[in-house]
Write a protein of this length. Structure first.
Length: 131
């Protein structure tokens, strides 16, 4: 049984390392891919997970301030991060007015991440967090 679990984990990790989506402008397609892949599981699938760079901490504080000024309750946001650590797509799990959503997206686009790594190579990833 353990061998089967290890085999599944190895195959799963290998499939994720080859999971780069070529059309990075089609955010719906990318999110559907990751959501189907991960379903409702909370797992880490990279040797090194993506991480917010220190240079973006100020943007995070400004984002929190924007949330307060817009009178928004805490929300979950999923971000697709490309292999250079740049957020390229955003998904809000709570309904937000489009004008408020755009303000948040403008701020999120300024974030920079250390990209996820798999087998020593920077890869695209999805990162979900609550603000």
């Amino acid at each position: 049984m353990v061998k089967y679990c290890l085999l599944f984990c190895a195959l799963f990790t290998f499939s994720l390392s080859n999971a780069q989506v070529q059309d990075t402008l089609n955010c719906e397609k990318i999110f559907r891919y990751y959501e189907n892949l991960l379903s409702d599981k909370v797992i880490f699938i990279w040797e090194t997970a993506p991480c917010l760079k220190k240079c973006s901490y100020e943007q995070l504080e400004l984002l929190k301030r924007d949330m307060k000024n817009l009178e928004l309750k805490p929300i979950f946001i999923a971000v697709i991060i490309d292999s250079d650590g740049i957020p390229i797509c955003f998904k809000f799990y709570q309904k937000i007015a489009s004008d408020k959503k755009q303000i948040l997206i403008d701020r999120l686009e300024k974030f920079r991440f250390t990209p996820a790594f798999q087998k020593g190579k920077a890869v695209e990833s999805m990162y979900t967090f609550k603000i």
